[in-house]
Design a protein around this ligand. Structure first.
Ligand SMILES: [Zn+2]
Length: 94
């Protein structure tokens, strides 16, 4: 569940949503997957997304399923569940 703060500008009649943080669907803890700090070189990202639909040269349509899950739950809950179903997580270095 992504939470957004509504920003109201005084002179311009326009509201927009500024990304604040993400709440993990499994542990309900807040995590910021877009934070960047020049002094901190660690980062943790996770993404679970599925797109199902049709794609044509002129147009495409369908549904996007997305689960906001923190990196800790990804490693400690999702991967063990996938492996319990007979799957295997692929781990690569970057
Ligand atoms: Zn979590």
């Amino acid at each position: 569940m992504k939470k957004f703060e509504t920003i109201k500008e005084k002179e311009v009649i326009k509201n927009y949503k500024k990304f604040e943080y993400v709440i993990c669907e499994l542990c309900n803890k807040q995590f910021d997957d877009e934070e960047f700090n020049e002094e901190i070189y660690d980062f943790n990202e996770s993404e679970v997304k599925c797109r199902i639909g049709q794609s044509y040269p002129s147009d495409s349509f369908g549904d996007i399923y997305e689960i906001d899950i923190c990196p800790k739950c990804f490693v400690e809950k999702l991967i063990p569940w996938v492996e319990s179903q007979g799957g295997k997580a692929k781990v690569t270095n970057f």
